[in-house]
Design a protein around this ligand. Structure first.
Ligand SMILES: Cc1cc2nc3c(=O)[nH]c(=O)nc-3n(C[C@H](O)[C@H](O)[C@H](O)COP(=O)(O)O)c2cc1C
Length: 334
């Protein structure tokens, strides 16, 4: 997610789940062909499994970037056919390419010829008035014909004129049955659903197929960013991992050495804390945590103690509130 899933955020999320696959921000072919490759592609080995998401529509350029993905050690290359922004349309990237499945197929073929990594596609269910089962089927069938086995489908259309990128994530209604219809029709393909998923219960029901065919995976975007602690139970609940669920304080303790190392390399503290403001979301200390980081992490020479203090404040408030609740309950029971 642009501006959100940078390498600091991904390192942090990896502390919450060892198994969930993480995706980079979209990187355009132009940025890699003409820009600072290391700045865009460098990541910490702890981030695996990690997919590089590319934006582009030139098969040769995408093939070159897929090679770079492999050289830099990514686990997957994903092609973005879902982004609705104007800037992206003018360069012929993103969701507008759903109208050109043959070109997307050519891109996938070229990328597959250039790398042994899995090449996957992230799309919408349609664009503008091309909002039908048949349109999506034609897209998936054509791209699968080029060898793509995995489709991540954001279960709403993109409206290419008249809605902002932000509105395009909320205004067009979600249509899960259309994504499930694709799984039903092409059971051999791996179909991963995205859009509006905000709990592990909902995730389980989509994976188990309690209402339609079982889907092969879910992609969680905003909820994982805004309420990252939701990922803390993913390994136990979905990947049968037996390690204990880490507490929020455990997560911060595990993040501190990374933050210290980055600070020593000259990274500003706020780059590493701006993504973690939601860690205590839903806890009574959540507001204190957020406020302490927001008010202090941007200061010149802000150091590790800002993060330590924010965590201590949140923990103390949460446990004090918990004690008060217990006392109230005791009084009620007497
Ligand atoms: C700030 C922001 C940036 C995003 N950037 C990307 C991106 O670079 N590539 C992409 O495929 N989707 C991007 N998305 C869309 C999400 O990946 C996802 O498809 C969408 O938010 C719906 O899923 P959700 O309801 O789980 O958030 C972005 C979303 C947000 C909020």
């Amino acid at each position: 997610m642009l501006d959100w899933t940078d390498r600091h955020e991904r390192y942090f999320l990896r502390l919450l789940s060892r198994h969930a696959r993480l995706y980079t921000e979209m990187v355009t072919t132009g940025a890699l062909l003409h820009g600072d490759v290391a700045r865009h592609l460098k990541f910490d080995v702890a981030e695996h499994p990690l997919a590089l998401q590319l934006g582009g529509s030139d098969p040769d350029a995408l093939a070159h970037c897929a090679t770079l993905a492999e050289q830099w050690g990514y686990d997957e290359v994903n092609l973005n056919i879902g982004c609705p922004s104007d800037r992206v349309q003018s360069g012929k990237f993103g969701a507008c390419l759903m109208a050109e499945p043959a070109l997307v197929a050519a891109c996938v073929s070229a990328m597959q010829a250039a790398t042994a990594l899995p090449v996957t596609v992230k799309s919408r269910i349609g664009i503008d008035d091309q909002d039908s089962d048949e349109f999506l089927q034609r897209f998936v069938e054509t791209v699968a014909g080029a060898g793509c086995r995995t489709f991540i489908i954001h279960a709403r259309i993109a409206v290419l004129q008249g809605l902002s990128p932000k509105q395009n994530r909320d205004v067009p209604p979600l249509n899960y049955p259309r994504v499930k219809g694709i799984k039903q029709r092409y059971p051999e393909l791996e179909i991963i659903i995205n859009g509006g998923i905000s709990s592990l219960e909902q995730t389980r029901s989509l994976l188990e197929g309690s209402d339609g065919p079982a889907l092969d995976g879910i992609m969680m975007g905003r909820e994982a960013y805004q309420n990252p602690y939701i990922l803390a139970q993913v390994d136990q609940q979905l990947f049968a991992d037996t390690l204990p669920v880490p507490s929020r304080a455990d997560i911060i303790a595990a993040y501190l050495p990374y933050v210290e190392e980055q600070l020593a390399q000259g990274t500003a503290l706020q780059h590493m804390t701006r993504h973690i403001l939601g860690l205590f979301k839903g806890q009574s200390g959540g507001r204190l945590f957020r406020r302490h980081l927001s008010e202090n992490a941007f200061r010149k020479n802000a150091g590790i103690s800002v993060l330590r203090d924010a965590c201590a404040l949140a923990e103390a408030d949460t446990s004090a509130t918990g004690d008060m609740r217990q006392e109230e309950q005791l009084k009620e029971n007497v």
